[in-house]
Design a protein around this ligand. Structure first.
Ligand SMILES: [Zn+2]
Length: 358
């Protein structure tokens, strides 16, 4: 991974992109892919597609990742100027207290902290010892009245945790919402490498960075309906289940640093999954396996059933502490996932198609 790629990753991870308010995040991604794509297209809601065009007669493969992150939103401002909040997507209220947050709006960025009554003062009445619900969480933005607060924030402003991007060592990095800006990084990096090997490409490639996955996979639905690729390779994060307190009998075994995962079942087309497995075997890349019991819980569920069906496969990045301000991933897994996407696209034929009965 080059230094410029690492710089792009860092910029992507520090840029706020809360679900429904992704413009800044997509802008960073768009600026980067414009340097090596043949064409870049955005839609009404702000998802972005970058293309490498080979020929109108050949198959098109789509690489996809969502660009939005979970967060919070201003719900109510009290007469004393305290800001009550609601969740955006699957944010966890039990870890929301005593955090520094940024409230984002047209004026810029307002700093606040989620209030936490000191341990000395806690009792049953103020929620001492109890896990809070979102209705109990408030942000203190350092004002004393509603009027003062309204000069800084308004109902509907999105909020993100103010946690930093940091490397624990050469391989391991922590940040808020690696889910799934890391996916945006992976598909951009794969597209960049493919653009340098355009002479070897036999299919058209589109990379899609979709909005609003965390609340229903909506951006992926709009764009995949519009472009109807012949095959889709989707990437998102998956739970690394190798930390204390997780029952692997219930959740499966996924180990950080032991390679990306492929999922089997549900939206994952069996022939596409088999194709990915063969590509990995040939390239000597270790993969882990997961079962999709009902849904994948990713954009794959939004893509595969569009129109007459888009054969799809989810290739996931193991992630610890998902939906927290200290998510943690391994850069070897990231590099391997980029490599899988590059090798898979290069292995596709001009008339590439996937059908269960062929
Ligand atoms: Zn995700």
């Amino acid at each position: 991974m080059t230094d410029s790629s690492k710089e792009f990753l860092e910029e992507l991870l520090i840029t706020p992109s809360p679900t429904g308010y992704e413009k800044k995040g997509v802008q960073v991604w768009k600026n980067y892919v414009e340097e090596f794509s043949d064409e870049v297209v955005t839609d009404a809601y702000g998802s972005c597609v970058a293309k490498i065009n080979i020929n109108t007669d050949v198959a098109t493969v789509m690489l996809e990742a969502h660009c939005d992150e979970i967060g919070m939103v201003v719900q109510h401002i009290t007469d004393q100027g305290y800001v009550y909040i609601a969740k955006l997507g699957g944010s966890d209220s039990t870890i929301a207290r005593a955090k520094k947050v940024f409230i984002h709006n047209k004026r810029g960025r307002v700093v606040g902290v989620t209030g936490n009554t000191a341990i000395h003062l806690q009792d049953q009445k103020n929620g001492g010892g109890k896990e809070p619900a979102w209705k109990d969480i408030y942000v203190d933005i350092g004002v004393t009245s509603k009027e003062e607060a309204l000069e800084l924030v308004q109902v509907g402003d999105p909020i993100t945790y103010a946690s930093d991007f940091e490397y624990l060592n050469d391989d391991i990095l922590t940040a808020r919402a690696i889910d799934n800006r890391i996916g945006g990084f992976i598909i951009a990096e794969a597209l960049k490498r493919l653009s340098k090997q355009k002479g070897e490409l036999k299919v058209n490639v589109i990379a899609l960075n979709s909005i609003q996955e965390e609340v229903g996979g909506f951006g992926a639905r709009m764009m995949s309906y519009r472009f109807m690729p012949d095959v889709a390779l989707v990437t998102d994060v998956t739970h690394s289940t190798d930390t204390p307190g997780i029952d692997q009998k219930q959740h499966g075994t996924v180990v950080l640093g032991e390679g990306p995962t492929v999922q089997h079942g549900g939206a994952n087309h069996p022939k596409v999954v088999e194709f990915i497995e063969q590509v990995c075997e040939k390239a000597g890349i270790n993969i882990q396996h997961e079962a999709t019991s009902v849904r994948t819980g990713t954009d794959t569920d939004s893509i595969f059933f569009q129109q007459t069906g888009i054969p799809s496969a989810l290739i996931s990045l193991p992630l610890r502490y998902m939906h927290s301000p200290v998510e943690l991933c391994n850069l070897d897994d990231v590099e391997n996932l980029v490599q899988i996407m590059v090798e898979a696209v290069l292995a596709m034929r001009p008339d590439q198609s996937f059908s269960v009965f062929e």
